[in-house]
Design a protein around this ligand. Structure first.
Ligand code: ATP
Ligand code: MG
Length: 414
């Protein structure tokens, strides 16, 4: 035998409980966002590299270290998407949707790819759900998209112990003033900063606030906050978001250290965090990105949204949804197999999960039913077939009775 092949480092197979938890997270978020009027989009999992290089900013961790980029056979540089906001904005522009019917509320779910050091809750192929409100400049859009995210956590039963941390990054005017204050602070501590942050100091000092380096964290703790530098307009916007969130009933903790890792954000920045996942405590993160659609070649289209890690949400679930338990249909002998097949199809048609073993005598097929954790077995012999009845065996109670086929189907589909 050839030596068995392993999955690529940082990738995982989703099987059994893990897959059901994963699907439950996506199904729940799909259902909740639909109630808020979001429509689902699917964009390609790889894009022209420029889609990300333009939008994420050339100092972001994602662009400098994490992208899976390669030259394809036609000589084009393409990248496996590290996130989906840029792709959704690219799609809005490519499909000529920037002028009509705004705001558009978009939901997505799918795999993302980042070359990271794999650890619990951090993978190279992971999955995100996300919600975007495209073409809305009003603070109510920020609050509503956040409320939809919170509702998902509530519906998943994992809102306990999760807190919304929120901040504002202000408007351009506020941020220019803030940037100057940050540059002064970090320049005074330049030699103590990590190499990466020294580079960020030149290119994008705000990004230092998001550094995960321990030494940087100490200097960041002493850094000025944006609040005293906010313009009246930016402060008013932020206060309106907080007011609407209170109306929606979303519990909020203001945290002036929240910045987003990507360059395209302004005004609202937020993360849903938990202490139940160790270092990987951010489960959902987002903000307002008023300039991104323009980066993609569209008109000014103020927008706001978030993305959440499906793996991290799955890990918070108390228990994955149970696998459905089938009904096993069992012909006593070869002669009843055709009738058994007809019955199994009738059950499926009535919405009952039903199975028939491919081979074996009565005993073998009963063993198979037990292996499948069947809830009931319908046994069909020559005598039953002639009277249009089945032996109905309740495999939990261990009881057996003779029932007309119709009654058996009705009971199982109830
Ligand atoms: P982190 O600070 O944990 O690296 P991030 O700021 O890079 O997160 P975002 O780009 O905001 O993350 O992505 C939104 C969410 O996607 C995160 O809050 C997290 O739940 C999830 N996520 C991000 N990267 C990974 C990964 N490599 N593996 C699993 N989930 C991830
Ligand atoms: Mg990251």
């Amino acid at each position: 035998m050839a030596s068995p092949l392993q999955p690529v480092r940082g990738t995982r197979d989703l099987i059994g409980d893990e897959f059901r938890a994963h699907r439950h997270v996506i199904d729940t978020s799909r259902r909740v966002t639909a109630l808020y009027g979001f429509e689902e989009w699917a964009t390609p999992i790889f894009e022209d590299t420029r889609v990300f290089a333009r939008s994420l900013g050339d100092t972001s961790d994602v662009v400098t270290k994490e992208m899976y980029s390669f030259t394809d056979r036609g000589g084009d540089s393409v990248t496996l998407r590290p996130e989906n906001t840029a792709g959704v904005c690219r799609a809005l522009v490519s499909n000529g949707l920037t002028q009509s019917n705004l705001p558009r509320k978009v939901f997505y779910a799918g795999p993302m790819f980042r070359y990271e050091r794999p650890q619990k809750g951090r993978y190279r192929q992971f999955h995100q759900i996300g919600a975007e409100v495209l073409g809305a400049a009003e603070p109510l859009a920020d609050a509503e998209v956040i409320a939809a995210g919170w509702d998902i956590l509530v519906q998943l039963g994992i809102a306990d112990g999760v807190v919304l941390e929120i901040n504002t990054l202000g408007d351009a005017e506020s941020r220019d003033r803030y940037r100057a204050a940050l540059v002064a602070h970090f320049t005074a501590h330049r030699d103590a900063l990590s190499h990466d942050s020294q580079v960020r100091l030149e290119k994008n000092p705000l990004r230092i606030l998001d550094s995960k380096d321990e030494g940087d964290r100490r200097i960041v703790a002493e850094a000025p906050t944006i609040q005293p530098h906010l313009s009246d307009a930016a402060r008013g916007f932020y206060e309106a978001v907080l007011r609407h969130l209170a109306t929606f009933g979303v519990p909020v903790r203001e945290n002036p250290r929240i910045v987003r890792g990507l360059d395209y954000y302004s005004h609202t920045a937020f993360e849903f965090v938990t202490d139940r996942l160790g270092a990987q405590g951010t489960v959902m993160a987002g903000g307002r990105y008023d300039g991104l659609v323009e980066e993609m070649g569209g008109p000014p289209t103020p927008s706001v949204g978030w993305a959440a890690g499906v793996e991290r949400l799955s890990m918070l679930l108390a228990a994955p949804p149970a696998a459905p338990r089938p009904v096993a249909v069992i012909p006593v002998a070869e002669a009843q197999e055709a009738a058994a097949l007809a019955l199994v199809q009738r059950l499926r048609g009535a919405g009952v999960v039903a199975e028939i073993a491919y081979k074996g005598n009565l005993k073998r097929r009963m063993e198979r039913a037990n292996k499948l954790a069947a809830r009931a077995a319908l046994i069909l012999g020559e005598d039953e077939l002639s009277r249009d009845v089945v032996q109905f065996r309740d495999l939990d109670a261990g009881t057996q009775e003779t029932l007309p086929v119709e009654d058996a189907i009705r009971r199982l589909s109830a």
